[in-house]
Design a protein around this ligand. Sequence first.
Ligand SMILES: *Cc1c(COP(=O)(O)O)cnc(C)c1O
Ligand SMILES: [Zn+2]
Length: 479
Amino acid sequence: MSTDAFPTRRGRMEYVCTQCGARRGVEELLYTCPECGGVFLLEDLDFESMKETPAPVWRELFDARRATRNTALRGIFRFYELMAPVLEQEDIVYLGEGDTPIIEASPALRDALGVRFAFKNEGQNPSASFKDRGMAGAFSYLRALVRMHGWDEVLTICASTGDTSAAAALYASYVGGGIRSVVLLPHGKVTPQQLSQPLGSGALVLEIPGVFDDCMKVVEYLAEHYRVALLNSKNSWRILGQESYAYECAQWYGWDLAGKSLFVPVGNAGNITAIMSGLLKMHSLGIIEKLPRLFGVQSHHADPVWRYYSRPEAERRYEPVKVQASVAQAAMIGNPVSFPRVKKLVARYTAAGGDFNMVQVTEQAIMDAMIIANRHGHIACTQGGECLAGLLRARELGLIDKSDFSILDATAHALKFSGFQNMYMEDSFPPEFGVKARPELVCAPRLLLSPERRAMLDETAFTAEAAGELARAAGLKSR
Ligand SMILES: *Cc1c(COP(=O)(O)O)cnc(C)c1O
Ligand SMILES: [Zn+2]
């Protein structure tokens, strides 16, 4: 089969409730179970039949597709058969998402920290975060629905800590054709860069006072009472799209993740759900032989999932937490929607021989880790810093040793969170964050000449004096 040919095999997908097990067809966009209110996962009823194809054949197919010229298969749908084998080629939206690089820690950084790791740079997605993977999934499905039902108008809505709205607005504005985007943000709780994104895409941007969890309640109410398409991770088509992260990690390392650990920041817990689901699918088809170890990371200011798993199994009880100020703002969520999915999948993951852990890190550790990483040529956001802090914490706890290799999810581009970097450089964090700058990590601009001094100099004198000041500042020697 040519690598450009769109696959012909179709699966039969159903929503499956993670709580009561109820099943529903995918002709409708559903978020929660009509029986019990639980969240869904999507399942291909014909998944088992994929086992008739030997694992090496699947690996070869996905590897061959790396060379495809068919844009429908160039992004996350390189792994079409594993994700949403009900979509038609014409439905698929491709804006260059996926296929992000995995960049090994610079040798100096590795030696300084004494751990072996790499960042997968999700900031190199079109809207600069991994959320594009999920949106490519959700919007492709939405286009399929529009085609099947002949709808002429669809209003999409999402609550967001910043990146979901950026991605939703981007895909909606590209697809157009009656698909419009509304985003709801917690006022003052997304970065200026993130806010600029849905504005630039022309979305209807609305804000309420409060935190993300408040916005989530409002959009859930809307989805129940009005005709809207919810694009939060309650929408399980987003989870499917985000599974591509796991497939890409495996492919990058020749389909061998044995001895590797994946670190993932946990907010609403959609991402870690998707990654676990993807790993389990590959494992069950024999595409990977061993499951990697999986570590979820949370800040001590927003740590409901860590709290749950930090208790002995018999005493585990889920309780939402009230979040405090966090530099890992995109994960600053006290009541993660996907927690029931995590619980279900962790049980499956450990039953399949995988190892799942949660680690908790401080705000200070997150900032220090991000700054140190980026001083060594990385482009990690605060959540990427959170993963590195999580790796260091795991080593401290004896969960990781020197020879282990970890893949850290740098979930967004550093530029989206530059405000936190600035606060660090100016040592101006508001007290509620509890972050102090380490002087050796501070990097701040210096003015070489005052405007008054410059005004006193003619052009020749100015050039010589500025050059002299620069040479002194940089410690240059004359030739
Ligand atoms: C959304 C987001 C997270 C949290 O992911 P969840 O799926 O909500 O757990 C982490 N980092 C960034 C940059 C995000 O945008
Ligand atoms: Zn149910």
